[in-house]
Design a protein around this ligand. Structure first.
Ligand SMILES: N[C@@H](CCC(=O)N[C@@H](CS)C(=O)NCC(=O)O)C(=O)O
Length: 308
């Protein structure tokens, strides 16, 4: 049985990116379905309060954020496919650009188009998460054409950089292509004009179709309770230590807080610093139902502060 446990829900676009990455590397995994909005009582003991989707669990190691998860998947399997060494920096920077700039525009479009149909609880939750505390439905509606124009401009650049036969930076699909594919999947699946919008970009559409063809059902279902039992019985196998970095004097064991950068309603994650380098921050977190787990986040995109 695979020790990769993905906590996710099926409509989540970021989770879709990771499901594509698992499929590309032909990995088996276990699937724990989590709620789309808080409370998430079987996830919080594992994540120290990180509430976003997806989360990858390997025993007592908990990997949050898709940039971090994909690096872990690559490290545990075939890095040549997802993050080939020669293109690694380029691919990660490209993925970061899609997640930050393009996803936010796509989320604005999808949420604006769902204002009247989706449950109010969902809209209010995602509004605070993606647009900060001062967002209003009226603003979203008024900005819709401007947002569509911006996203079109970005997708035009992506389309013109693709050659129509290969991936963005590699002969086969890499993490960069899965980043394009999950975004296109989200837009075409969740906005009534999405399929027509994506059809304007045939090379992007091709990547979407090609990545979906690789999806497989190499997973088995697992309950949230079973995932907690697995964490409780395991110990972290991840490294510890704090790399020395110019201008940063955080010490191992210090109490720290981590929050996504920007205006968002995400709660802070707190714990003792266990590992830090320029890519990853890891904290030790204790909870009575799981004992000690280690929660890993990326450095880029997060505000990491000491509380002492
Ligand atoms: N930077 C994060 C973003 C993840 C994210 O925003 N995921 C959405 C779902 S696609 C989310 O967490 N929504 C709120 C929730 O699931 O509670 C990542 O790359 O994993």
């Amino acid at each position: 049985m695979s020790d990769l446990i993905l906590h996710h829900y099926w409509p989540s676009p970021f989770a879709h990116k990771i499901r594509l990455a698992l499929a590309l590397n032909e990995l088996e995994w276990q699937s724990v379905e989590i709620p789309r909005v808080p409370p998430k009582p079987l996830l919080m003991p594992l994540t120290a309060g990180y509430r976003r989707t997806p989360v990858l669990q390997v025993g007592a190691d908990i990997y949050c954020d898709t940039a971090n998860i994909v690096r872990e998947i690559a490290a545990r399997s075939d890095a040549d496919k997802l993050l080939p060494e020669a293109q690694r920096g380029k691919i990660l920077a490209f993925g970061d650009w899609i997640d930050s700039s393009l996803f936010n525009l796509a989320a604005r479009i999808v949420i604006t188009s769902a204002l009247e149909t989706a449950p109010a609880e969902f809209i209010n939750d995602r509004g605070g998460l993606y647009f900060g505390p001062n967002w209003t439905p009226e603003d979203l509606k008024a900005q819709m054409p401007a947002v569509i124009l911006q996203l079109s401009g970005h997708l035009e650049s992506v389309e013109s950089a693709l050659d129509g036969t290969q991936g963005m930076f590699t002969a086969g699909l890499s993490y960069a292509d899965l980043s394009i594919a999950y975004l296109a999947w989200f837009i075409s699946g969740r906005w009534e004009l999405g399929p027509a919008f994506i059809n304007q970009y045939p090379k992007i559409k091709r990547l979407l179709d090609q990545s979906n063809e690789q999806l497989s059902d190499r997973y088995t279902d697992l309950s949230g309770e079973q995932a907690i039992e697995i964490a409780a019985a395991a110990q972290s196998t991840a490294p510890d230590g704090v790399a020395s970095m110019v201008g940063v004097d955080y010490r191992k064991g210090a109490q720290i807080s981590i929050r996504p950068q920007g205006e968002t309603s995400d709660p802070a994650i707190t714990g003792r610093l266990r590992y830090l380098d320029s890519e990853r921050v890891s904290i030790a977190h204790n909870d009575e139902s799981v004992g000690e787990v280690v929660v890993h986040l990326p450095v880029v995109g997060y505000r990491i502060q000491t509380l002492e």
